[in-house]
Structures are given as C-alpha cells and as structure tokens.
Design a protein around this ligand. Structure first.
Ligand SMILES: Cc1cc2nc3c(=O)[nH]c(=O)nc-3n(C[C@H](O)[C@H](O)[C@H](O)COP(=O)(O)O)c2cc1C
Length: 211
C-alpha cells in the first residue's frame, strides 16, 4: 500500500485534542503554505484563512460550535472564509498580481480580464457565494491530505454558527464570511474515536470503472 494511503488511514476527524501540545512554527508555516497553494477556479482565490491561537477566544467559540470542545482544546483553529464580494475591483487586483509575478503585459491579459469581469457581472450574489464556498471546501480537502502526510491532526467542521464566528473574529470589516472551521493540533491519547474503524462504502459502490 502506498505510504500516502497509510497516512490517510491514520487520519480521522479528531473529537478530543491534547490541549497541552502546540504545533511548531514550522508546522504552522506548512499549514499556511498548503492553504495558499490550493488550486482555485480561475486562480481567483476568493478565500482567506483565519488562524486562531488564543485559548480565551477559542473557549468563546465553543458555544457557537454546538458545544464541540475541539475548538478550545486544539493548538490552533483554522476558519476558512469567503470574500463577501468578487467584483470588478477584486478581479482586476488578481490580474495586477499576475502582471507583477509573471511580468505579462496588461494588453495580453486584458481580454481575459474583461471576459471574467463580464462573466461575474452576470452571476447573482448567491451564485458567486456558492462558487466561493466550493473553493473553501477544496482548500479544506487539500489541507486534510497535507495534514495527514505531515501527521498534523485535524477535525473538519461545518458544525458552527457562521454569524457568531463572523462577529467574534471581526470578519465583516475584512469583507469576509466564515464557511468552514478546522481545529488542528495533536489527538488526545484517550480520544476513543482514534480506535474506531473507518466506515466507508464498499469500493465497488463508490467507484464506477468503465473500460
Ligand atoms: C465538510 C465536513 C464537515 C464536518 N463537520 C463536522 C463537525 O462539525 N463535527 C465533527 O465532529 N465532525 C465533522 N466532520 C467529520 C466527519 O463526520 C468525518 O470526516 C466522517 O465521519 C468520516 O470520518 P473520518 O474523517 O474520521 O474518516 C465533518 C467532515 C466534513 C468533510
């Protein structure tokens, strides 16, 4: 079996973290890089990640996380957010970054930029939010795999109240809305969930091979 598959078997959604252990600066750098290197549609990255390492704030998040104590125990809590607006200015900024990084002239990029601005102007707010959310889930999936490879424990979480997180983290003034939460760190030695067998569909039921 490939090593990566063994590492994916090792990972599980941690229900109890060791609150005494903190991730190293090097591990946090890996977390940040893995998030930022996630592929996104058009490369627009309509997502941001808030990295919380503040026990007092983490405790305050518990009642807004359906009393899931992982957010208080974990070394760090990642909150993946989407942009509230992906407008002309946002898209233009992306193309400015392309010009800066790759040195491609704006004359070359302008037709693509204009087409993208036109495309987004035809979508309604909800549609753009859904699209942005898809990118957030992609980032979470990417992080889960990287964490498994790096032996960083995590619990992917949809079970929280975004409106409350947005207030506690001051996200509105940053133009962001929270969509996913991921406490990360080290599993507690007595987390019984670590001993449970993985429940998955039979591979024949989840994979269709056409030859
Ligand atoms: C998008 C998403 C949201 C989830 N939300 C929660 C959550 O709020 N609380 C929790 O304990 N587990 C949550 N989970 C964990 C799943 O229940 C878990 O991944 C699934 O049962 C498979 O188990 P495993 O990850 O341990 O292999 C979530 C997983 C995903 C992918």
């Amino acid at each position: 079996m490939s090593n990566l598959i063994k590492q994916l078997e090792w990972r599980y959604a941690v229900k109890k973290f060791d609150s005494e252990r903190m991730l190293s600066k090097e591990q946090i750098d890996t977390v940040k890089n893995a998030f930022n290197l996630t592929a996104t549609s058009y490369g627009l990255q309509p997502i941001s990640m808030v990295l919380v390492a503040n026990k007092e704030l983490q405790e305050q998040l518990v009642p807004h996380s359906y009393d899931q104590h992982q957010v208080a125990q974990a070394s760090h809590v990642l909150v993946i957010c989407i942009e509230n607006e992906v407008d002309d200015r946002y898209i233009s900024n992306y193309f400015k970054q392309v010009t800066k990084v790759r040195g491609v002239s704006s004359e070359v990029l302008d037709p693509f930029k204009d087409a993208l601005i036109d495309d987004f102007s035809k979508k309604d707010v909800q549609e753009v939010k859904e699209w942005s959310k898809n990118q957030a889930y992609l980032a979470m999936g990417n992080l889960l795999t990287v964490f498994a490879a790096e032996k960083i424990d995590a619990c992917p979480m949809e079970g929280f109240v975004p409106e409350a997180y947005d207030v506690l983290l001051g996200l509105a003034k940053k133009g962001l809305t929270s969509v996913l939460v991921m406490p990360i760190g080290f599993r507690a030695e007595d987390d019984v969930f670590a001993t449970f067998k993985k429940v998955r569909k039979d591979m024949n039921d989840s994979i269709i091979e056409i030859f």
